[in-house]
Unconditional design. Structure first.
Length: 121
């Protein structure tokens, strides 16, 4: 078995950092709800700037995120559900929250995502 190329190592490192950046943005956006209007606006603006930089960087490598919030959860989706055992045998499940996005590339799934589920209403 051959060692991974430098390009593969760098791509995997970028994917790791990008996913952590995505998770950090979600946490910051959630935390801004208690800020006054001006602080909230500035923080959201900074988050939007960082999100654009993150997206542009991934695009350079022909990579992108896919989030599944609110979509129907079906077998074969490229994401594991951390609470799937709570719904054994249940139908009509939807993704409640994307914990980690799916990372897609030109040739398909680069890294599967992680989600939580809920029953459809």
């Amino acid at each position: 078995m051959s060692d991974p190329s430098r390009e593969v190592i760098l791509t995997n490192a970028l994917v790791d950092v990008s996913i952590e950046g995505w998770r950090f943005l979600r946490a910051v956006e959630h935390a801004t709800s208690g800020l006054d209007a001006e602080q909230h606006r500035r923080t959201v603006s900074r988050c939007n700037y960082f999100r654009k930089k993150l997206t542009d960087t991934l695009t350079c490598l022909d990579l992108w995120f896919v989030t599944l919030d609110g979509t129907k959860y079906e077998s074969g989706v490229a994401a594991s559900a951390i609470n799937a055992e709570d719904f054994l045998g249940a139908e009509d499940l939807v993704v409640d929250q994307t914990i980690e996005p799916i990372v897609m590339g030109a040739s398909g799934v680069v890294r599967p995502g992680t989600v939580t589920l809920r029953r459809a209403v």
